[in-house]
Design a protein around this ligand. Structure first.
Ligand code: PMT
Length: 397
């Protein structure tokens, strides 16, 4: 249900604009209050009279009312809404949204919007497939906007069926799912470690691993989307945080990550330890760049780093939950079970480098979740975003 939710429905100039009438009806049927905003081109495809009759509200399309010159405030719309839904969204409007070209009421409302924004693209396949459109959709996602489009499978290489606007009922379901998810973890504080650590050898060299941070960042975004307050302790990665409820703490070495984790864990409900922490660091750090000595090999002595997961496992209080990861190459199950027990974790997420598409760097992962009662649940290969959902569904909710 969408009872009491205030939705700004933006309509742009696409042949699919007629579906906006069905959308209005379906949203209202679910209990939402709908305010429509339409672009000049949108009015060529559906009349404001139809929309105002359905929503019982005047349609907003111009900056000033033609009758009395009243100013329509896009800022007020941005504050009023619980969500903005732009459906259909043409390639042109998407381009304007990305570039901040505020030449109509809909784009100004979008730019002032404080609530989450959902975009249902509608265009022909060639326009959809154009690198410019794909780039713009990626940009919208990077702003934290949600793209709603017909599913074709996450690994589908064919774009067949893409570009067509998602059916109104499915769009409404996506909004319902969003609001339901949004409250699942409200009041929970979650600490997540992500990415690799760098262990310095000298001013120009370090020891590290291949972690990109993608898995940990996906978990942080998903927890925040479900209403949690997230502290993300991240090693050096090339990723940005999107959700405003994520507080990011950048660290470089395992020591720094350890100190940050010990500081924040006591005040949280859940710890998710996704970072690939270096188990060892050079015993000695050289202030000067180590010089190459012709023909001679070099021995680097390593000393163990603190085990963050084990340390948190030791101070864990009743009611707190700890979820660790295990990245394995052999005897996977056995090693994962051992880490679960030794580090006093509640769950361990096993990923194996023997599974194609799993582990470091890529956008997918394949996991098995083990708990302390001996339960084992295997999941198929999925995007890291989907894997993050599975982990949270299985371990926190
Ligand atoms: O970042 P991506 O490129 O997306 O890749 C994701 C991932 C492969 C890094 C991730 O899915 C993953 O498996 N992370 C844990 C990697 C790892 O270091 O596993 P481990 O088996 O060595 O460690 C076991 C657990 O102890 C982990 O929760 C780890 O965070 C933790 N640990 C390990 C060593 C240490 N000194 N302190 C720790 O807290």
């Amino acid at each position: 249900m969408l009872t009491g939710k205030k939705i700004v429905l933006g309509i742009t100039g696409s042949i699919a604009a007629y579906k906006a009438a069905y959308l209005c009806r379906a949203l209202i049927k679910k209990g939402a209050e709908v305010q429509t905003v339409i672009t000049p081109a949108g009015k060529e495809f559906i009349t404001p009279v139809t929309l105002s009759a359905l929503t019982h509200k005047p349609v907003v399309s111009d900056f000033f009312s033609a009758n009395d010159g009243t100013w329509h405030s896009h800022v007020d719309l941005g504050l009023w809404a619980d969500a903005m839904l732009i459906a259909p969204a043409t390639a042109s409007s998407i381009g304007k949204m990305v570039n901040g070209i505020a030449d109509n009421m809909l784009i100004t409302a979008y730019l002032s919007m404080k609530a989450p924004v959902f975009v249902a693209p509608a265009m022909d396949l060639d326009m959809y497939a154009h690198p410019s459109t794909q780039h713009n959709l990626d940009r919208l996602k990077s702003f934290g906007n949600h793209i709603i489009e017909p599913a074709t499978g996450y690994l589908a290489s064919s774009l067949e069926g893409k570009g067509r606007m998602e059916e109104p009922d499915a769009i409404v379901r996506a909004l319902e799912d969003f609001f339901a998810r949004n409250e699942q973890l409200s009041k929970k504080k979650i600490i997540i470690t992500a990415g690799p650590t760098y262990e310095k050898i000298d001013p120009v060299r370090y020891i590290s691993n291949y972690s990109s941070g993608k898995m940990g960042f996906a978990l942080a975004e998903e927890c925040a989307l479900r209403g949690a307050e997230v502290i993300l302790i991240s090693g050096p990665v090339q990723l940005d945080v999107i959700h405003p409820n994520i507080r990011r703490i950048n660290v470089e070495s395992a020591e720094e990550m350890y100190r940050a984790a010990l500081k924040y864990f006591p005040a949280t409900d859940v710890g998710i330890l996704c970072a690939a922490v270096a188990d060892y660091r050079p015993l000695l750090y050289s202030e000067n760049k180590l010089k190459r000595k012709n023909g001679e090999s070099v021995v680097l002595e390593l000393t163990p780093n603190p085990d963050i997961a084990a340390a948190l496992g030791t101070i864990k209080k009743p009611g707190q939950r700890l979820i660790g990861f295990a990245l394995e190459t052999d005897n996977e199950r056995m090693h994962a079970e051992e880490k679960l027990r030794k580090k006093n974790l509640d769950f361990i997420v096993l990923n194996s480098l023997n599974d194609t598409g799993a582990g470091f760097r890529g956008d997918t992962n394949k996991i098995t979740i083990l708990d302390t009662h001996g339960n084992v649940k295997e999941f198929p290969l999925r995007t890291k975003k989907e894997v993050a959902k599975d982990i949270i569904d299985e371990t926190i909710n």
